[in-house]
Design a binder for this molecule. Sequence first.
Ligand code: MN
Length: 229
Amino acid sequence: MRTPFPAPTPSTIPIANRDEVYPVHRIYAIGRNYADHAKEMGMNPEKGTPLFFTKPATALVETGATIPYPKATEDLHHEVELVAALGPCPDQFTLDNAQGAIYGYAVGIDLTRRDIQWEAKKAGLPWDQAKGFDRSAPITSIHTAENVGHPTQGRIWMDVNGEPRQEGNITQMMWTIPEIIVELDKLYDLRAGDLIFTGTPVGVGPLLPGDAVTGGVEGVDTIALTIAP
Ligand code: MN
């Protein structure tokens, strides 16, 4: 195929213990999926209607990376999240077949330009510029469900410069992963290569130039990221 300039490189993620990479299609994310985090954001902590947003697949950054402090913000926030990675999908999802389409899991950070998000919320505008920016989705390798099972409980945490910031358990998710998949399926044609960020526990906060973060989900993996000085 001839292109007038070099075609973008497809986004991929290493697969742990495999000589293969996971080809990424889209990145979906759910907001306010832990009641205590919804409360700290000043939102109603009830299950209600799920709130979804997306990030471009090009936002992914490998764990261990050092990234520049993002442009256009003075209030970059960390949100540690369990990520589900879809494999081949059925024509229609149900609560019974959703788990079977999950190829594996990873730990991700939903980096957020919180100042832009507050402005968007106040003005009733989309969250796009707050969420879908370059290098906004650091992520670990994918761990296959064959290897790690389908985690439904386990600690989820994030430390900044060794200080505990976020602490929770994935049992606190208001929308379970199969429920999220069924809801997303009503809105989008889900397919293999789609990643789903499943929400963050309480304790989000700012990152500053030079900060080093570590976090993880028990039974899945740990993630590390440094913001350049
Ligand atoms: Mn999030």
